[in-house]
Design a protein. Structure first.
Length: 318
């Protein structure tokens, strides 16, 4: 069975202000949302292989979370490390703006560690949840050593960290080098503006570096994409690119209207669902339409527990 490796960080979230009338809540966050999106969207013959380091203090709880995935590869588990797991305190200032403070000590992957683990994979979904999952050098080694498609959400590469753990937006050093490591790249609006005030020049930079697909999430407005000339997705085996003779393509994919309870994790669900449907052989627009629908569905559920079942419509919306 084909396998998609998932690189990211499991984070224990403490969330304030999501509901002004409710007390703070604690729950799994980070890559947990992406795992739910993949679990709900992958074809039935694909399996999920977590390439996720987890601190010893939360390793049993992480194992329980993974056991709830329908698409988990047999025997797959997180890699336990002798360090405190990443934890994040979130203070929502509005439905789309929040302040984050991170603590924990989960170390990044090195290529010596990661290389043997990706050799039997067919694709990789990479989400920079902490921003410290891979260095640029490791990402470049991954690109050289792995020949399947790589979908990357660059999210926290744009976040620096103060001495007290507060995350702040920062410019991404050498963005062209990062773009060259991945077949598909996802950004949000704030991250896009950090790179360039001109979306066209940013698109040219990404495609010129070798990225085939640039996706920018726009919150309730949906998502926009730019695809390289002739690119319209991946074949179902995940190893080859479906091409045509068409020009560079771009479009806005509108999001369905939802009465959102919780925006946490919507971008993670979106990217994972889009990656899964591209691996299923969907066209770009079909994949992104599916992804916006699932991100909207995520917004009406709080937390990542049971998320895959909820996104498949197996749970009632509370």
């Amino acid at each position: 069975m084909p396998k998609v490796g998932v690189i990211g960080s499991l984070v224990w979230d403490l969330i304030h202000g999501r509901d002004p009338l409710a007390p703070p809540t604690e729950e799994w966050g980070g890559i947990a949302y992406a795992l739910g999106g993949l679990d709900a969207s992958l074809p039935p013959d694909w399996e999920i292989v977590p390439l996720i380091k987890v601190g010893r203090d939360l390793a049993p709880q992480a194992g329980e979370l993974l056991r709830g995935l329908a698409r988990l590869a047999p025997g797959a588990r997180c890699v336990e490390v002798p360090a405190p797991n990443n934890r994040v305190v979130l203070h929502y200032q509005s439905a789309e703006r929040r302040c984050e403070r991170m603590s924990g000590g989960v170390p990044p992957w090195t290529w010596l560690e990661l290389g043997p683990m990706v050799m039997d994979l067919d694709a990789i979904y990479l989400n920079f949840i902490s921003g410290f999952e891979l260095t640029l050098g490791t990402a470049q080694a991954l690109r050289q050593g792995f020949h399947g498609p790589i979908y990357a959400d660059l999210h926290s590469l744009f976040l620096g960290m103060h001495h007290d753990g507060i995350r702040v937006l920062q410019p991404l050093a050498d963005p062209a080098a990062w773009f060259a490591c991945f077949d598909a790249v996802q950004l949000n609006e704030d991250e896009m503006r950090q790179l360039s005030p001109d979306p066209l020049s940013l698109s040219a930079q990404a495609l010129g570096a070798g990225t085939s697909l640039l996706v920018v999430t726009l919150g309730p407005k949906g998502a926009a994409y730019v695809a390289a000339q002739g690119f319209d997705g991946w074949e179902k085996d995940g190893r080859t690119v479906r091409r045509s003779d068409g020009p560079i393509r771009t479009a806005l994919i509108p999001a369905p209207r939802v009465d959102a309870l919780d925006p946490t994790g919507c971008g993670d669900v979106f990217g994972a669902a889009a990656c899964a449907r591209l691996l299923a052989g969907d066209s770009i627009e079909a994949a992104l339409q599916h992804a916006t629908a699932l991100a909207g569905r995520n917004a009406v559920l709080r937390g990542a527990g049971g998320l895959g079942r909820h996104l498949r419509g197996e749970l009632l919306v509370p």
